[in-house]
Design a protein around this ligand. Structure first.
Ligand SMILES: NC(=O)c1ccc[n+]([C@@H]2O[C@H](COP(=O)([O-])OP(=O)(O)OC[C@H]3O[C@@H](n4cnc5c(N)ncnc54)[C@H](O)[C@@H]3O)[C@@H](O)[C@H]2O)c1
Length: 202
């Protein structure tokens, strides 16, 4: 079946500036997406920014050998795509095309986040969870926009690991699913199709 992709992703919001959130932010800004990273404190966010900036510098050194100016320009251009926020009010969630949830692996906390954002986001916004162990149907049991909810399971370390499991929930629309597969390719990853089962890949 050919599914026409209508959702054009440009603005990405990432909840959680830990290991996974900052890695996902790095690959997204590197590939031209506009990213808002939401963390618990400015201190934590600045730590994440330093880490991802170091990652980008390593890439720049390989890509622009012996050209310090081009290296700096590359890193600056990527960082221009990054905004840091400590709360969702400043994050313009209504403008997000894709929200990636990469917060602590706690079912209630993930459910609470969905409840907080569901009435703020646009009618086309896709929300994806990076959960490793919970079923999508449990995380989204009370979420209103199940057709626009899916899983994007990146692996650690995100900049290095090619594989992303893209998990289709029972109600995820085909269009949303194809849009997420395409997003993964645009950030240089190799997505695999998974169903909402424990352990994924099936
Ligand atoms: N670490 C891995 O190898 C790995 C691999 C794949 C998927 N995951 C999944 O990715 C998610 C994040 O894991 P991690 O390893 O990055 O954890 P982490 O502890 O490094 O980062 C989680 C961050 O989320 C923050 N946070 C918690 N609640 C928040 C909220 N409401 N809003 C904003 N930030 C909030 C925490 O302060 C912390 O900084 C989890 O669901 C985990 O299962 C982890």
């Amino acid at each position: 079946m050919v599914v026409e992709i209508q959702n054009e992703i440009q603005n990405v919001v990432i909840f959680g500036s830990g290991l996974m959130g900052s890695g996902i932010a790095q690959i997204a800004i590197e590939n031209g997406f506009s990213v808002t990273l939401i963390g618990r404190s400015m201190d934590k966010l600045h730590q994440s920014k330093t880490k991802l900036s170091n990652g980008l510098t390593r890439i720049a050194k390989k890509r622009f050998v012996n050209d310090a100016e081009a290296q700096n320009d590359f890193v600056d251009a990527c960082l221009d795509n990054l905004k840091l926020c400590t709360n969702s009010d400043e994050a313009n969630l209504e403008d997000a095309d894709l929200i990636i949830e990469a917060i602590v692996e706690n079912l209630k906390v993930k459910q609470k986040l969905l409840a907080e954002i569901e009435n703020v986001i646009s009618e086309t916004c896709i929300v994806a969870t990076n959960t490793s162990s919970f079923l999508l149907q449990d995380i989204a049991s009370k979420y209103s926009h199940k057709s626009r909810f899916a899983g994007l399971h990146f692996f650690n370390p995100v900049p290095a690991m090619k594989l992303v499991e893209v998990i289709k929930g029972q109600e995820t629309s085909d269009e949303v699913y194809e849009t997420l597969l395409e997003f993964c390719r645009k950030v240089g990853k190799s997505p695999v199709r998974c169903r909402d089962t424990h352990g994924f890949i099936r």
